[in-house]
Write a protein that binds this ligand. Structure first.
Ligand code: NAD
Length: 475
C-alpha cells in the first residue's frame, strides 16, 4: 500500500490504519487506496520532529537557506507530476494544478531568502554600562494543518516559514486530497535532514492529537472558522500559539462609475475559479442599481462561457467538479434556499447532468432580493454568485461589514476617492481595487474578525514561529 506518512525521512504506512480510498471527484474512479494514520501515529511524527529540532535550530542561516532552495528546486522540477496528481484528486484544471505546485516552490524560495535576513536588533543600553540585543529563537515543533482546496500551496505557505524560522514541522494534510501533499513529504525526505519536515495525512482526530500534544509549540491552520475555533480552544489549554486562516464570505462592491463589463468578468473569475472552492472567492456582490442590469447580464454571459470538465481532459476545462459530496450538497441547499426566498435564477442552478460523475455544478448567477438568504450569510464554497442591487452604496459597505467574516473585499470604481474610502471602510485583511488578485506569498494575508487570528505571508511572517529573547550584557 502506498505510504500515507513521511516520518523521520521515511515513507510509512500505519499498520492499523483504516482504509482511505482516494477518488477522482470528476469520475468517482478510485485513484489510490491508503491506510489512514490515526492519533497514535502523531506521537511518532512529533517525536521525530522534536529530535530533529535542536540540529535544525542550530543550522546556520545560509545552510538553511540552501536546504529550502533545494525544496523549491525539487518542487519546481516535479511541478507537472504534482499537478497531475493534484488535478486528479482535487479536480482543478491541470494547468492550475501545475501553477499551484510552482507556487509552492515560490513559497520555499521566498522563505529561503528569509533565512539570511536579520532576525534581531541592538537597542541602545539604558545605562552606559549596558548592551542590549535581541535574538529570534525558534519555538520548537510546529503543527501545520491545511485544507483540500489548495492542498500543496497552502501547506507550503505554512511549512516554509516555520522551517525558515528554525522550527521543525509536522504537516497534516487532509484525507480528501492526501496524494499531492505526500509528494512534498517525499521530497523533504530527499533534501532535508530526517525529522525536519514530517507529513502525516489525517482527519480531525489526528489534527486534534497534534494540537493537544504538549511538544507542539505552535499551530498554523487554514480551514473553516468552526474548526479554527475548536483548535483555538484546544490550544488554549497548553498556551500553544495559533495562527488561524479561516472562512471568507467575501463581498464585492460595484459602483455606478465602474467599468461594468470588466468588473463582471473579473468578479466572475474570482467567484467561479476552482469551482468557487477558494477562501477569497467573491461570495456576495453589491451593485449600484443604476448598473445592476448590465452587470448581471455580463456576469451571466461570463458564467455561460465557462467550460466544465475533468481537470486532465483535453481541451482543458475552465472549471472542475466539486471536490466533496458534502460540498456539493451545501451548494444545492444554498441555491434552493435562495430560490425559495425569492431570488431570480439568471443562469446555472444545478448539477450538469450531461457530464460524468454528477459533481459538476453549473456556474450560477442569482439576483437576490435581500441579504437574509444563506448564500448571502454563510460561505457557500461553490460556484455561486449572488447579486444584490443597491440604492445606496454606503449601505452596501454596511452590509459587507455586517457579517462576522473579514477576509478579502473587492471594489470596482473609477473614482479614486471612492476607491480609497470604500477600501478603508471594509473590515477585511485584503482589498482588491479594480482587481481580484492578492493571495501571493509576498504580501501579508490576514482575516479580520472570525476569518483569522494573526497573519501569514509577507514581511515579518516568521514571527509566529519565534520567541524574542532580550539579552542584556553589563560591560
Ligand atoms: P476544515 O476546517 O474542515 O479542515 C481544514 C483542516 O483541518 C483539514 O486538514 C482537516 O482535516 C482539519 N481538521 C478538521 N477538524 C479538525 C479538528 N477538530 N482539529 C484539528 N484539525 C481539524 O476546512 P475545509 O472544509 O477542508 O476547508 C474549507 C475552509 O477553509 C473554508 O471555510 C475556506 O474558507 C477555508 N480556507 C481559508 C483560507 C484562508 O487563507 N483564510 C484558505 C483556504 C481555505
Amino acid at each position: 500500500m502506498p505510504e500515507s506518512m513521511w516520518i523521520d525521512g521515511e515513507g510509512q504506512s500505519p499498520a492499523a490504519g483504516r482504509p482511505l480510498i482516494v477518488q477522482d471527484p470528476a469520475t468517482a474512479e478510485t485513484v489510490a487506496e491508503l491506510a489512514l494514520p490515526g492519533p497514535r501515529d502523531v506521537d511518532r511524527a512529533v517525536a521525530a520532529a522534536q529530535r530533529a529540532w535542536p540540529g535544525w535550530a542550530r543550522t546556520p542561516g545560509p545552510e538553511r537557506q540552501r536546504a529550502l532552495e533545494r525544496m523549491a528546486d525539487a518542487l519546481a522540477a516535479r511541478a507537472q507530476e504534482i499537478g497531475e496528481v493534484l488535478s486528479r484528486e482535487q479536480g482543478k484544471p491541470y494547468s492550475e494544478a501545475v501553477k499551484e505546485a510552482e507556487g509552492a516552490a515560490e513559497a520555499f524560495r521566498y522563505y529561503a531568502a528569509e533565512c539570511v535576513r536579520p532576525t534581531g536588533y541592538a537597542i541602545p543600553g539604558s545605562k552606559a554600562s549596558l548592551r542590549d540585543v535581541t535574538r529570534a529563537e525558534p519555538v520548537g515543533v510546529v503543527a501545520a494543518i491545511s485544507p483540500w482546496n489548495y492542498p500543496v500551496l497552502l501547506m507550503a505557505w505554512k511549512v516554509a516559514p516555520a522551517l525558515a524560522a528554525g522550527c521543525t514541522v509536522v504537516a497534516k494534510p487532509p484525507p480528501e486530497t492526501p496524494l499531492s501533499p505526500l509528494i512534498v513529504g517525499q521530497i523533504a525526505s530527499q533534501v532535508l535532514a530526517p525529522g525536519v519536515l514530517n507529513v502525516l495525512v489525517g482527519g480531525p482526530d489526528v489534527g486534534e492529537a497534534l494540537v493537544r500534544d504538549p511538544r507542539v509549540r505552535a499551530v498554523t491552520f487554514t480551514g473553516s472558522t468552526a474548526t479554527g475555533r475548536r483548535i483555538a480552544r484546544l490550544a488554549a489549554e497548553s498556551f500553544t500559539r495559533v495562527t488561524l486562516e479561516m472562512g471568507g464570505q467575501c463581498p464585492a462592491l460595484v459602483f455606478a462609475d465602474a467599468d461594468v463589463e470588466r468588473a463582471a468578468r473579473e468578479i466572475g473569475y474570482r467567484a467561479f475559479r476552482n469551482a468557487g472552492q477558494i477562501c477569497n472567492a467573491v461570495n456576495r456582490i453589491f451593485v449600484d442599481r443604476r448598473v445592476a442590469d448590465r452587470f448581471v447580464a455580463a456576469l451571466g454571459a461570463y458564467a455561460d462561457s465557462l467550460r466544465l470538465g475533468p481537470g486532465l481532459s483535453d481541451p482543458e476545462p475552465d472549471l472542475g467538479p466539486m471536490t466533496t459530496a458534502a460540498g456539493l450538497e451545501r451548494v444545492r441547499q444554498h441555491v434552493a434556499d435562495a430560490l425559495a426566498g425569492g431570488a431570480r435564477l439568471v443562469t446555472g442552478g444545478q448539477v450538469r447532468s450531461d457530464l460524468p460523475g454528477q459533481r459538476f455544478f453549473a456556474p450560477t448567477v442569482l439576483e437576490v432580493p435581500h441579504v437574509r438568504l444563506r448564500v448571502m450569510q454563510e460561505e457557500t464554497f461553490g460556484p455561486v454568485a449572488p447579486v444584490l442591487a443597491m440604492d445606496d452604496m454606503d449601505d452596501a459597505i454596511g452590509e459587507a461589514n455586517a457579517l462576522p467574516y473579514g477576509l478579502v473585499g473587492y471594489v470596482y470604481t473609477t473614482d479614486l476617492a471612492t476607491a480609497v474610502r470604500a477600501g478603508e471602510a471594509l473590515e477585511v485583511g485584503t482589498v482588491g481595487v479594480n482587481n481580484v488578485g492578492g493571495g501571493e506569498v509576498y504580501y501579508p494575508y490576514e482575516g479580520y474578525k472570525d476569518s483569522g487570528l494573526g497573519w501569514e505571508l509577507g514581511p515579518g511572517s516568521l514571527e509566529p514561529f519565534v520567541h524574542r529573547k532580550h539579552i542584556r550584557l553589563a560591560v
